[in-house]
Design a protein around this ligand. Structure first.
Ligand SMILES: CC(C)(COP(=O)(O)OP(=O)(O)OC[C@H]1O[C@@H](n2cnc3c(N)ncnc32)[C@H](O)[C@@H]1OP(=O)(O)O)[C@@H](O)C(=O)NCCC(=O)NCCS
Length: 222
């Protein structure tokens, strides 16, 4: 497994030392140095948050697009109850996408949400399932989450396929305004009980979590 960087960034921001592995897929938090490559490979079919601030295309590219604004914004607004962790996804040693895990009012609701994208050449080979499984293991087996929710356009078969594969159940549909007009979203939910029954967490290794405890409102281990 790729070693956490041995530099001041981990000392001051222990989350940068987190490493999640599921099968041959490695997740590590996005750092500023990843942004140019992520901006270059981010696929056009990734659904941006339509409420996010829009920049002219040239500036948008130069600041690294949505991956950059999300990842750097999340550092500045982090709190133990509301946070967003963007992981760079490596497969066969190459950076192929991003998997996010986020929560609002986590200390009360103990519910996480997720989002992801992969370059097209990495899709359809189980990488999407592995990277979602990895962040679910962090949520359920280390952060003590009670549930994970996710939403995708009802015509996004691959995203919904990942959710179904790892055990989410249907949780209703809503109509939403997206950047491309009106869209039907399918919502899905996975409970901690179903997660544990699936034993999917056995495929995941999490390293570097202990010093991150306070970032999630948990004490440091004694
Ligand atoms: C969503 C995404 C990350 C999934 O990654 P992936 O590597 O393609 O997914 P996987 O190969 O791991 O698994 C996809 C699952 O969906 C299923 N699936 C894919 N296309 C399907 C289709 N057209 N109909 C039914 N099932 C489908 C696959 O069979 C597989 O399930 P299975 O293993 O149980 O058979 C990737 O497709 C992507 O980047 N899409 C564009 C961005 C995006 O839509 N992100 C999500 C926004 S909510």
């Amino acid at each position: 497994m790729s070693e956490p960087p041995n530099d001041a960034s981990v000392e001051h921001w222990p989350l940068f030392g987190l490493r999640l592995r599921c099968d041959n897929v490695l997740l590590r938090p996005v750092q500023e140095r990843d942004l140019p490559l992520l901006a270059a490979i981010q696929p056009p079919d990734y659904e941006h948050d339509p409420s996010a601030e829009a920049f002219p295309a040239k500036i948008w590219r130069s600041i690294g697009g949505v991956s950059s604004t999300r990842a750097t914004g999340a550092l500045g607004t982090w709190s133990p109850s509301s946070w967003c962790l963007d992981f760079a996804v490596e497969h066969d040693g190459a950076l192929v996408g991003v998997q996010s895990l986020e929560a609002d009012d986590f200390l009360d609701l103990r519910t996480v949400d997720s989002g992801s994208w992969l370059v097209s050449s990495a899709r359809g080979r189980g990488v999407g399932i592995a990277m979602r499984t990895a962040v679910l293991a962090l949520a359920f087996d280390h952060l003590n989450a009670l549930a994970a929710v996710t939403s995708a356009r009802s015509d996004n078969a691959a995203s919904l396929g990942v959710s179904r594969h790892v055990g989410y159940r249907d949780n209703g549909v809503t109509m939403n305004l997206s950047g491309r007009g009106l869209a039907e979203l399918t919502h899905m939910r996975l409970t901690a009980k179903d997660w544990r029954a699936s034993k999917a967490g056995e495929r995941v290794t999490v390293r570097g979590f202990d010093p991150c405890g306070p970032w999630f409102g948990r004490p440091l281990p004694t």
